[in-house]
Design a protein around this ligand. Sequence first.
Ligand code: MV4
Length: 502
Amino acid sequence: MRMFKRILIANRGEIAVRIIRAANEMGIESAAVFSDADRLALHTRLADFAYHIGQPPARESYLDIDKIIEAAKTSGAEAIHPGYGFLAENADFAMRVADEGLVFIGPPPQAIADMGLKTRAREIMIAAGVPVTPGTESAVKSDEEAVAIAKQIGYPVLIKAASGGGGKGMRIVEKPDELTKSMEAASREAASAFGDPQIYIEKYLEGPRHIEVQLLADHHGNVIHLNERECSIQRRHQKVIEEAPSPVITPELRQQIGQAAVQAARACHYTNAGTVEFLLDRDKNFYFMEMNTRLQVEHPVTEMTTGIDIVKEQFRIAAGEKLSYSQEDVKISGHAIESRVYAEDPLNNFLPSTGVIKYLHPPAGPGIRNDSGIFEGGEISVYYDPMISKLVAWGENRKDAIERMRRALEEYHITGVRSNIPFCLLVMEHPKFIEGDYDTHFISDHFKIEDMAEGPTDLRKIAAIAAVMAHDAKPGTKAVARSETNGGVSHWLASGRRFELR
Ligand code: MV4
């Protein structure tokens, strides 16, 4: 099979841009789809072709399977890359793409469906000998079974929704007398959220770390892993900081968890790029949690530490080529950290901070990668994910990567919306983060909502704060607010104080 001449990207924002860039470098033409809200978006402008597919709400555009298929056919694309989110883990969509004679740049529909049902995924992993948390083998069928299992594995236990995932609809049960009541509530919640009342029970691990393994699998039986990422720094199941490699994974453990991930991929007949998520307990035992059957947001930290372009490999795999790398080719070079820069307002329940980007100065320089779908004059709207960009810093070691990320966050200036940049900076400066001593409770253990709030974005207020701080600052200390007005024209200072020589 030969490489595609043209592909369609069924997505928007930074990931659509990321995919367009990989296609461009490989000489593959790209067709974008866009909603009314994205007429001027970066992905719409960067692609070789762009097709309008409907109204801003995703249901009427980026989730409209018929429209996307129509755009693909009209464009003459041979394959569709779904990105992440939207239709990426929709088995019906993957099936439909194939039925239309197009190639889905992702796994087989059966693998998507199997891994989407958490109880089915557990059954497959248990049968394949992949470690899973102690608990029910599949969905619980009766109260009696639940009581017996919970007693056997010991409290606390965690009730999860069979069709859930990403942390939605989970319930911790501390004592036996709460079990049946919590099960009823969890089941009712699951039925209304996922249309499936089935639940299952696991031993609840306290303070686990989230470790995930990147996989590549071709259509010739080759499966390799690209090492782990650590994604424990998250807030309400929203990842904020990710890094590769994990500060706690030894070479021996890396080999074991990587092998388990490869086994998991083989067990569900996986092809293309995928990720197996594990929980790591305090004794460093790892347990299968979920498999993500898509390209992930945080894939750049793996790219920057392995030198492998995951999106290009996705194209090659989908076109029927063999993997370009064997397991022995995969090395780790240095350390990479990603900050997900969100437009959100902690003081307003973390709702998206919507508005027009009035001023944008993204960081650059050595070891910095900033994957972004926004631009000055662009808008963060209510319709889509409020991620502004993924800021990735590479360093020769973890300390250098942290220092580089701190420097880049200090350089990064956005006005018009509020962002979590100041919060990401606090994480880079936190002693526990610097030590690598953290788990999935890191944010709730160490931060209050007020810590996460950005100061006022009004330039006059910032200038006033800066003036006060400059006045109060001891010699040699840095000002934190970094704005001044200059003849009515506002501009930003990178850091520190400015002087005129006379
Ligand atoms: C767990 C757990 C503790 N014990 N399962 C959250 C997301 C979903 N995929 C599963 N999750 C968890 N499952 C057992 N048996 C703790 C979590 C969890 C978590 C996992 C990864 C990253 C962040 C998390 C935050 C809270 C809870």
